[in-house]
Design a protein around this ligand. Structure first.
Ligand SMILES: Cc1cc2nc3c(=O)[nH]c(=O)nc-3n(C[C@H](O)[C@H](O)[C@H](O)COP(=O)(O)OP(=O)(O)OC[C@H]3O[C@@H](n4cnc5c(N)ncnc54)[C@H](O)[C@@H]3O)c2cc1C
Ligand code: SF4
Length: 488
């Protein structure tokens, strides 16, 4: 099988029988649900883009595993150029869909597992790396979507996994059987889970001796027995179910997050890539998080492009685009957005080869990138809200717009610059609403804060990676201070 088209991808999901719960409805065909369909279209875009002459070069790479051309969303990075191309691909997809296109978590997980399984084999004489190579070569050939499942519910944050009242609050190996293990627990916030074919499960954090059952990394198909999916709500999501989708804001695409329950799920041995080696759980988490923190320097920038474009457009529609403070604010939005892009490119171009051969991003710069992502999209959204005006939060609905009695009042009183159609003005306001306070804000704002770990996690990594003692030594040497002074 070569690179799938969007239609082939959508067809391939129909054969998967899953137990999904979407807004109170139990379904084995979630893709048909109005809440799910736009998110599926966003993933389908990543398939289309690999065939579109405009983007196919960015979206394709040659795999060192299967030696074929593969979709870059399944590629194991072989150079810093690959890492840079990943960022460019993510910006492009973000700008074209205006939302989270969901396919990067699995990509980031694969790159982290590839190098971690290699290092683990070398230290512990395990055999995870070759298994993973075989598995991932198959993923590439079949051009599949893989969910990256890291985040456990974690229960009481002050307690370790074994100290929780319920041991399932961290996903764990519950039982060992011949030929595999039985896992139990849950993964929250799973991006694109119900648009995926496979799940890559990883530990949620560093583990210590005694926490071996929680140090598990493995893969299962999404239709494995014992899995249950509970669809996450997004702000204003039921607008997607309305007959007229005018009020949705982003009429074609959307994101998706799913709570996933693993109830005594059997995982065969050949799909296990870490099993109790607690000293590698933290390595895996750190590498995955760094790749995903790099990712945001691409995808959030692409969505930022859409928001900046919509904000400039609404300024023109309002007749305010020439005001000096509006110009300044638009430039500020661009500056913030491009700063994120710089971070994404910087941590990519400073990447380095791992002993396994694939390329890792620069950890310090990837964490700087993500820490900026926890702030800048919020500031960009604030400036967009400022320029858009209060209608962003108060505009009448599409139903009223289409009402023969009151619709004309809406058209009359929402008219602004005569150069623009009032309905187009309303559409732009809905798009800005979607990204700043609606369904799109889950991906653009909440995820910017928490996805790939909250800000405190980046600060810890920045503190660790900054080589502070080296900076102290350089300052001391410049001043001819012979020895480091004890800290007061
Ligand atoms: C839109 C979205 C999509 C996501 N997609 C995925 C995905 O595809 N796959 C995946 O695996 N995960 C995904 N995540 C999960 C994401 O990685 C987590 O939300 C993130 O790691 C934070 O974890 P939490 O939500 O449990 O918050 P918490 O860990 O509870 O953090 C909340 C606050 O408490 C603080 N805190 C927590 N524990 C401690 C402690 N012990 N000591 C001190 N302070 C503490 C944190 O620093 C933070 O300020 C997604 C999240 C979002 C919002
Ligand atoms: S948040 Fe961004 S990086 Fe993560 S899956 Fe969505 S689009 Fe990809």
């Amino acid at each position: 099988m070569g690179l799938k088209t969007a239609d082939q991808y959508l067809d391939s999901l129909k054969t998967l029988k899953v137990e999904a719960h979407v807004l109170g409805i139990k379904t084995d065909e979630p893709g048909r649900h109005g809440l799910v369909a736009p998110s599926r279209q966003a993933v389908a875009f990543t398939y289309d883009a690999a065939h579109n002459p405009e983007s196919r070069e960015t979206l394709r790479a040659v795999s060192h595993l299967c030696k074929d051309e593969v979709n870059r969303f399944t590629h194991l990075h072989q150079s810093t150029e690959d890492l840079v191309k990943k960022i460019k691909m993510q910006r492009y997809c973000g700008a074209m869909t205006g939302c989270c296109f969901q396919r990067c978590v699995g990509l980031d997980a694969a790159n982290a597992i590839y190098s971690t399984s290699f290092d683990c084999d070398r230290k512990h004489e395990t055999h995870f790396h070759d298994r993973f190579r075989d598995y991932w070569s198959w993923i590439q050939k079949e051009d599949l979507v893989v969910d990256g499942a890291m985040t456990d519910p974690k229960g009481d944050r002050s307690r370790r996994p074994a100290d929780q009242l319920d041991p399932d609050l961290f996903l764990r190996v519950k039982e060992r059987k011949s030929g595999g293990v039985v896992i139990s627990g849950a993964k929250l916030h799973q991006t694109g889970m119900l648009n995926s074919h496979e799940i890559l499960i990883m530990p949620t954090m560093s583990m210590r001796p005694g926490e071996e059952p929680w140090a598990i990394c493995c893969a299962i198909p999404v239709d494995t027995s014992g899995l249950r999916y509970i669809y996450g709500r997004q702000a204003s999501d039921t607008r997607k179910l309305e007959r007229d989708t005018f009020d949705v804001g982003n009429p074609i695409f959307g994101g998706q997050e799913v709570m996933t329950v693993f109830e005594d799920v059997f995982v065969p041995e050949e799909r296990i890539f870490l099993d109790g080696q607690v000293d590698f759980a933290g390595t895996l988490v750190e590498r995955f998080a760094s790749y995903h923190r790099q990712s945001y320097g691409g995808c959030k920038v692409g969505v930022g492009d859409v928001l900046i474009g919509a904000t400039e457009l609404i300024a023109r529609m309002n007749g305010a685009e020439k005001a000096s403070h509006v110009r300044e604010k638009i430039v500020e939005m661009i500056h913030l957005n491009e700063t994120l892009y710089c971070c994404g490119l910087a941590c990519s171009s400073q990447g380095y080869p791992t002993p396994a051969g694939n390329f890792q991003v620069d950890l310090l710069l990837a964490n700087v990138c993500k820490l900026n992502v926890t702030r800048f999209p919020y500031e960009i959204a604030r400036l967009a809200t400022d320029i858009a005006g209060g209608l962003l939060g108060t505009m009448p609905s599409a139903v009223d717009l289409n009402d023969p009695e009151i619709g004309p009042y809406i058209r009359k009183y929402l008219a602004a610059s005569p150069d623009y159609n009032v309905l187009d003005r309303m559409k732009v306001l809905r798009l800005i609403e979607n990204l700043t306070i609606g369904a799109g804000a889950v991906g653009y704002l909440v995820e910017s804060m928490h996805g790939a770990g909250p800000p405190a996690a980046q600060r810890i990594m920045i503190g660790r990676q900054a080589e502070l003692d080296g900076k102290v030594a350089r300052a001391a040497s410049l001043l001819s201070i012979p020895e480091e002074l004890p800290s007061s």
